[in-house]
Design a protein around this ligand. Structure first.
Ligand code: C5P
Length: 222
């Protein structure tokens, strides 16, 4: 597809993992590198958008042209930062791998080893994408889905459940997606889908943004 033209649009991107503290030295986390979200933020800035990037803990430099970067650690911090920034966004792309659960209690001292098994109680984190879908006016909302099986069924369920306009889904079992330079993405929306073939994340980000711009225009014209 042609290079996307996002001039005049405000794009909000989330990227990276969230880390959920257990005590002063331990956390629950996941293997997201943040590279897909950072590539999207970079490509959106290059396409002329005003970009805000909300990043979980990653070791990546802010891409050139990104107007604002907000660093967060936990899902609850990301929830607050995203809701705050989304009110001034035309398009929100949620590429962060948000932890679904956090430790119910955060210990102020380092937890000590004791004989036998240990049981951790977890509390559910807020679903950021679903919360953004309730905003009025609602930005064009794009979610991600990393799946090991039943890609389309799970992506389409997510489209409905989260109130998103588009879901970008990738399989995480084929040496692709997480912690890798390459990715391949299946994109789903109400009434359609498109395959973005295996490529580096910079190329995929550009292709995904072109698709988002086209779909957004179609939804607004309808
Ligand atoms: O349901 P699942 O976590 O697989 O959905 C993934 C999508 O939802 C991603 O776009 C992710 O950023 C977003 N998400 C969210 N808030 C959560 C969990 C996931 O915004 N608590």
């Amino acid at each position: 597809p042609a290079a996307p033209d996002l001039r005049g649009l405000r794009v909000l991107v989330s990227a990276g993992p969230t880390l959920e503290d257990l005590d002063p030295v331990r956390y629950l986390g996941n293997r997201s590198s943040g590279r897909m979200g950072f590539a999207i933020a970079a490509a959106a800035a290059q396409a002329g958008a005003t970009v805000t990037l909300v990043a979980g803990p990653v070791s990546l430099p802010t891409p050139p042209g990104v107007a604002q970067r907000v660093d967060v650690r936990s899902a609850r911090q990301m929830h607050a930062a995203m809701l705050d920034a989304a009110r001034a966004a035309d398009i929100v792309i949620a590429a962060a791998a948000v932890a679904d659960y956090r430790p119910a209690q955060v210990s102020t001292h380092k937890l000590k080893k004791h004989g036998g098994a240990m049981i951790l109680e977890l509390a559910e984190n807020p679903d950021i994408l679903a919360a953004l879908a309730a905003l009025q006016p609602k930005p064009f909302l794009v979610g991600f889905a990393a799946e090991t099986e039943q890609l389309e069924a799970h992506a389409r369920a997510k489209l409905e459940r989260k109130g998103a306009d588009m879901i970008a889904a990738n399989r995480v079992d084929a040496g692709l997606g997480i912690e890798t330079a390459d990715n391949a993405i299946s994109v789903f929306w109400h009434g359609g889908q498109h395959e973005l073939a295996r490529a580096d994340k910079t190329t995929l980000a550009r292709e995904l943004l072109a698709l988002i711009a086209t779909r957004r225009a179609a939804v607004r014209a309808a």
